[in-house]
Ligand binder design. Sequence first.
Ligand SMILES: *Cc1c(COP(=O)(O)O)cnc(C)c1O
Length: 480
Amino acid sequence: MKNPLLKAVYSPEDFRKRGHRLIDALADHLEDKLHEKSEQTIHWNPPEDELKFWEDFLQTGDEASLFSEITKRTTHVHHPKYIGHQVSPTAPITALSGMISSLLNNGMAVYEMGMAPSAIERLVVDMLCRKIGFHTQSRGFLTSGGTLANLTALLSARKATVTNDVWNEGHSGQLGIMVSEEAHYCVDRAAKIMGLGEQGIIKIPAGKDFSIDTSLLEDYFERAGEKGIRIFAIVGSAPSTATGVYDDLEAISAFAGKHGLWFHVDGAHGGAAIFSEKYKGLLSGVQDSDSVVIDGHKMMMMPTITTALLFKNGKHASTTFSQKADYLLTQTDHEDWYNLGKRTFECTKTMMSIHWFTLLKTYGEGVFDEYLTQLYDRGREFGALVETDPQFELAVKPVSNIVCFRYINDTLDTTTLNKINAQLRQRLLEDGEFYIVQTQLRGKHYLRTTIMNPFTTKVHLESLLEKVKGILGDLAQAGM
Ligand SMILES: *Cc1c(COP(=O)(O)O)cnc(C)c1O
């Protein structure tokens, strides 16, 4: 090769050297975080400062410190005091499968661009269908995230249930879906993308416990019908993102069955409970759904981004996007499960199935049970801890690993309390020992935690509450 720059880019020896160095550095990082040798989960830096840092780095930074600077300037999900957003502390072995996917870079749209990962994907989705309680004709695929999977499922639902061919001919008449007001915002977004408009999203109020109020379903359905809205699908959250509470899937399923609606379960966060002997009851009714979403990067220890979308009737897995892309895909009569680009929104996607398979092969199915069960146990334990503390109140008794709580004080009104709770979260962020997030529920500001790390113990959670009290003391002293 003449071009020395490209020769350097593709140098196997250079890759080997850098790779060994990086693995060592990442292993050190893991040890540091998991074993709490370093105090911080985040070194907070305002966005403008961060931008400036990288502008300068591009000009004058030391190339040898590139990866270590990136590592330092991120949020450390492997730290037991990371109790924030719902991404897994990745099982380290899946960082290795990620490396294989990145280097081999098979595009996955057609079988011959990813033979092993395509066959493996079939095994993974078949296993998931079996766990859900679907049947042997059930199928699915892996796709890039819960958001895209929910959109794909609703497109499948429309194709399967609406008699006119919206896909090819466009809209005629107002279509609609039913969903809890507590559902993830991406369901709303999917409906808007599909052209349903605001009027096509029938929001069902949640009850006191934040799960969909199923006693209202008939009434809302009837009223939509009177307005000429043809409802074709209903979505159940398993659980909803803000509070971690599961909808009553059995009741939704019965309602959907009665009216011939597609029943979709958004189990992006908690669909993985099918693996938990202790908690799979939360998903009771999922076996009667038409489609289910489960994120691998949330409650299954995998890196972003990998999501399973599963269909009870396997036919629907392959008919959502019937459009011709002849240079890629030949029309076949038999089921060509191995040409994944026909089924997925993506054309090119990563070789994501190997994360699932690597965990299964190396540690067995039981690892998913252990992970989820432990974290849900811990969430409930944290709920009990908060409940017994007069300075705090829960939004709802936790049923999963998501716990929302807030500081309360009888002498202060809601606006003041909201301000204090927002300040608490900001102080925690800037302090950086713990990482937690926040949410608004029914006009009240909550501190929101999701226990994602199997190394987070009751002691960590107690010390989080102590930390919050310490900040409260500081705020009081500063007269805020
Ligand atoms: C996280 C989440 C989503 C979105 O999934 P992504 O993988 O982040 O796109 C959808 N629904 C629920 C219930 C979620 O918790």
